[in-house]
Ligand binder design. Sequence first.
Ligand code: FES
Length: 108
Amino acid sequence: MPRPEKHVFVCTQSRPAGHPRGSCGEKGCREVWEAFLDEMEQRQLFDKIAITNTGCLGPCSVGANVLVYPEGVMYGKVTAADVAEIFESHLVGDAPVTRLQLPAEVWG
Ligand code: FES
């Protein structure tokens, strides 16, 4: 397997209803995950881009969250409707989608 140029982690964590942290599961992450899979199928970029579903990435309150490496860009409040733009602008065009980018403090 060639080393991917971009690696996308899509949080697909769910928690029980009423959990104080909430989760991306209650914010549409399943649809986001499926939208990434659909885009990959359409674009056939399997040798350049890796997409992985993952557990909690940290900032649950602003999910659904998506993390892209090697840049370490964290996207928040991502919906399925945003996925094509993330693909075209960031994963293919190397220009992160600033309107969805969480501030650097997310890592603090
Ligand atoms: S549940 Fe998705 S970031 Fe925590």
